[in-house]
Ligand binder design. Structure first.
Ligand code: SF4
Length: 79
């Protein structure tokens, strides 16, 4: 039996060319995203926060630099 809470829902990608360091993703999911020394977002842990928080964080990104792929279907879920 798989533990649903442990299986991560999203594979996360960050398009660093799009990221402008607005940090709203960090504010909404601070265990998942952080800013590096170039002020670009990096992933700390793909399942650092719950899936809803990660989705909200992606939606909050002004440049849509956060790409979420559903690990079950393999389909891009956002944007
Ligand atoms: S919200 Fe978007 S632009 Fe801002 S730091 Fe996160 S990925 Fe970069």
């Amino acid at each position: 039996m798989e533990d649903k809470n442990k299986s991560k829902k999203y594979k996360i990608k960050i398009d660093r060319n799009l990221c402008i360091g607005a940090a709203s993703c960090v504010a909404l999911a601070m265990k998942t995203f952080a800013l590096d020394s170039e002020n670009k977002a990096v992933i700390l842990e793909e399942d650092g926060d719950d899936a809803e928080a990660i989705k909200l964080a992606a939606e909050s990104c002004p440049t849509k630099a956060i790409i979420l792929e559903n690990t079950e279907t393999g389909e891009q879920e956002y944007p």
